[in-house]
Design a protein around this ligand. Structure first.
Ligand code: RB5
Length: 189
């Protein structure tokens, strides 16, 4: 099993912790970034990891952002990706057994390294049970097919070329420390 792993700027430390865990289990992986704590846009990393999986070079992916939510929303835009955001091991295990989840998303601001490792371990060890669960996934595949626009492949690079690479810098550059302040119900992170 080969893993594609990635994070945004909130997930650098947790990604390193999970890479250490993968090393300890001798599970091969490739890190698709980001590599610094400079603010970055999580969908770009989700796209890299999902394309790597859909191209056939990787079996599964791990994506980390502040909550795991943004990464899971972005990843699930790719047909064939079944991404789940998990904050405890039970959901991660069941996401393999029943949903054949091929991308695990974790919130670096939600779970600490020890729990994240247990979530990851449960997800890596559990096996898809097939049978009625495969039938349900087949329904999801047909939904994907019905909703796909003809002629546009998720692996098509041409759309990305038209998008300014520094769009976030132009439009929503965070204020200093905005992304590292403690979360409060009113925080605009
Ligand atoms: C970044 O502030 C944060 O929004 C991102 O890491 C993620 O949690 C989005 O879902």
């Amino acid at each position: 099993m080969k893993i594609a792993i990635g994070c945004d700027h909130t997930g650098i430390a947790l990604k390193e912790a999970l890479k250490t865990y993968l090393d300890s289990r001798m599970i091969p992986y490739e890190d698709f970034g980001t590599f610094t704590e400079e603010s970055t846009d999580y969908p770009r990393i989700a796209e890299k990891v999902c394309k790597a999986i859909l191209s056939g070079g990787f079996d599964r992916g791990i994506l980390i952002c502040g909550t795991g939510v943004g990464m899971s929303i972005a990843a699930n835009k790719f047909n064939g990706i079944r991404a789940v955001v998990c904050s405890e091991p039970y959901s991660a295990i069941m996401a393999r057994r029943h949903n054949n989840a091929n991308v695990l998303c974790i919130g670096a601001r939600v779970v600490a390294g020890g729990l994240a490792t247990l979530i990851c371990e449960g997800w890596l060890n559990a096996a898809f049970e097939g049978d009625r669960h495969q039938r349900r996934l087949d329904i999801i595949t047909r939904i994907e097919q019905r909703n796909s626009l003809p002629g546009i492949s998720p692996l098509d690079e041409s759309a990305a070329k038209e998008e300014p690479q520094n769009a976030s810098k132009l439009t929503d550059e965070p204020k200093p420390n905005q992304d590292t302040q403690p979360l409060s119900p009113t925080a605009g992170v």
